[in-house]
Design a binder for this molecule. Structure first.
Ligand code: ADP
Length: 446
């Protein structure tokens, strides 16, 4: 199997060309040779007749010397391509070249005047009487051997030219591919912003380059996201680790009372909890990215789940003097990963409470119809501006960094909400008025 596309293309091209050329030549040869043969036969017959007439004239002049007459007659013929001979029966009297005239005459089958085929040539005989003896004039001419030779010689020559031409065209046509390959080889993780340039190459190659460039674009974006994710994650991890280390350093610098140690350990415990929450979130998102999270789907009642979530954030709402209302009356059975959906709901409720000033209200509602379930968490809190709204579902995005960090957030909560909703083929939407509150609606199809 030939590996090189260029060579394969050339072989196909030359093969097709050879078949076409052979067919055309054979057809042309058939038509031409028929026409040529009949013209040749006419000319040979007239040559044989002329030779006989000349011979008979010479017989008169040479007092019936057949050998001399034959020689004169033959030499008067002055033939270029063919040969002519005069025979006395089967014996050649004279011939215009070295050829087996007797053999040629034998093939005539005894006809008085006829044109026929002999190996590689056409021949014509003319039998005549002179002084009571039967003489034979024979004219022979090679049958379009020149044409045949030209065709046989031309075939390899033409194929060689076609092959070289085909290879050249294939090489020329593939040049942009080589250029693309060379450019692609230079693209690595550190210059994914580079794109293939192929100038005004053929349409198909432009399409290939465009697809490749689009792929690079997507990779570049994913790589960028991943780099940002790693950078942001490291940045976020630094703060709790620094707090824990600083606290331990300071505490261990001198002898402390038991109460001081206790206070210190409490700070460390608090930061460790934050840290492990962050690590959990990161791990979940990383697993989700790798497509390794399998939904543990089962049937459950959404109204029960929402009720439980509201109860578990109730104390936080009370602590922040926020009224929390949960409207989920009717039984709403649903098929999905209950744990993940609980996590999603808690994230939304937690945000609603954290970003709502004391005295505000948080409402959790559940709507269901044949198509699916809608979970709506609205608050009367600080709201989100249109600019921030476009980014809230991105990882590590925080509209107000100082306030969010103070609240213990890392900017991963809504990214996780979005992932959970989408992993259930659903979506999450935000409607918000800065200063008036926000409403997050999760739509989940059945
Ligand atoms: P965080 O842990 O910082 O809360 P999230 O991903 O949950 O991270 O939220 C991203 C950002 O969206 C928050 O920092 C906050 O600015 C904004 N946000 C989220 N929920 C609300 C809300 N209910 N009201 C106002 N702003 C919100």
């Amino acid at each position: 199997m030939i590996k090189s596309f260029r060579v394969r293309l050339t072989v196909w091209y030359v093969g097709c060309f050879a078949v076409l050329f052979a067919l055309l030549t054979a057809g042309l040869y058939g038509v031409l040779s028929r026409a040529l043969t009949s013209r040749l036969d006419e000319s040979l017959l007239s040559q044989a007749a002329t030779a006989s007439a000349l011979f008979q004239d010479e017989m008169g002049e040479t007092q019936n010397d057949p050998a001399k007459s034959a020689e004169e007659a033959v030499s008067n013929m002055r033939l270029r391509a063919g040969k002519v001979a005069v025979l006395d029966g089967a014996r050649a009297l004279s011939a215009s070249g070295p050829f087996d005239a007797a053999a040629a005459v034998r093939l005539s089958g005894g006809a008085k005047e006829s044109a026929y085929a002999i190996p590689g040539a056409r021949a014509a005989v003319y039998r005549f009487n002179s002084n009571g003896r039967v003489y034979v004039a024979v004219a022979v001419e090679p049958l379009d051997a020149a044409i045949r030779r030209a065709m046989f010689l031309a075939l390899p020559l033409i194929l060689a030219i076609a092959g070289a031409g085909g290879y050249w065209f294939a090489t020329r046509g593939m040049a942009p591919l080589d250029a693309m390959a060379a450019q692609a080889r230079r693209i690595t993780g550190s210059n994914l912003e580079a794109r293939l340039q192929i100038g005004d190459a053929a349409e198909e190659l432009t399409a290939l380059a465009e697809s490749f460039n689009e792929l690079l674009g997507r990779l570049d974006q994913s790589f960028g996201n991943m780099r940002r994710f790693v950078a942001d994650a490291s940045h976020e991890l630094r703060t709790p680790v620094a707090v824990i280390r600083g606290e331990a350093d300071v505490t261990l610098a001198k002898e402390r009372s038991a109460a001081e140690y206790k206070e210190s350990l409490a700070i460390i415990l608090d930061e460790s909890r934050r840290l492990s929450r962050l690590v959990d979130d990161l791990l979940n998102l990383a697993r989700a990215d790798a497509g390794r999270v399998k939904l543990q789907a089962q049937e459950f009642y959404w109204n029960d789940l929402l009720g439980e979530c509201c109860r578990s954030v109730q104390s936080l709402a009370v602590a922040r003097e926020i009224e929390l209302e949960c409207r989920c009356a009717a039984d709403t059975p649903f098929w999905g990963d209950e744990e993940l959906l609980r996590r999603m709901t808690l994230n939304l409720l937690d945000n609603a409470i954290r970003y709502t000033p004391p005295g505000g209200k948080v409402l959790a509602e559940l709507e269901a119809d044949i198509e699916g379930v809608r979970v709506r968490i609205s608050d009367t809190g600080i709201g989100i501006g249109p600019e921030a709204a476009a980014h809230v579902f991105e990882r590590f995005f925080r509209a107000d960094k100082a306030r969010s960090r103070g609240n213990g957030g890392f900017g991963l909560g809504l990214a996780i909400v979005k992932w959970i909703a989408e992993s259930h083929r659903g979506a999450v939407e935000l409607a918000s008025q800065p200063g008036a509150g926000s409403t997050f609606t999760v739509t989940l199809p059945r």
